[in-house]
Design a protein around this ligand. Structure first.
Ligand SMILES: [Zn+2]
Length: 123
């Protein structure tokens, strides 16, 4: 493994660990045949004790969690795909999935999980 790739792997491992930690705070893993999917923790709304604004706050935080869970799991998937390449198919790591050219170093440094070069970054 080249030194560059080893450094990217470290960055990816660390980011993944931080994201998983965050995901455990706001989500619950649901095991299914196709693997693990994550759902936002259900907020315990005690309608009797809570006043209306409190309930609204909690519902708002629930829908915020839904969006965050989606964002975290998407990012973790991207990281997993990059780590998978580093582990099993190192030659494919750091190449654009559209044109096959090497992804610019500064782009990889900003995001080692990037799968496209700058030209194709929005595709
Ligand atoms: Zn490209």
């Amino acid at each position: 493994m080249s030194q560059n790739i080893a450094a990217y792997k470290t960055v990816l491992d660390e980011e993944r660990a931080a994201l998983m930690h965050e995901l455990h705070e706001i989500g619950v893993p649901i095991q299914s045949e196709t693997g693990t999917r994550w759902e936002p923790k259900v907020v315990d709304v005690d309608a009797v004790r809570s006043d209306a604004s409190d309930v609204a706050d909690r519902l708002e935080s629930f829908s915020g969690n839904t969006a965050l869970v989606r964002r975290l799991t998407k990012r973790i998937n991207e990281i997993d795909m990059a780590l998978e390449k580093i582990q099993h198919n190192e030659d494919e790591f750091g190449k654009c999935r559209i044109c096959g050219k090497e992804i610019e170093q500064d782009r990889l440094q900003a995001n080692p999980a990037a799968t496209t070069c700058k030209t194709h970054m929005n595709q």
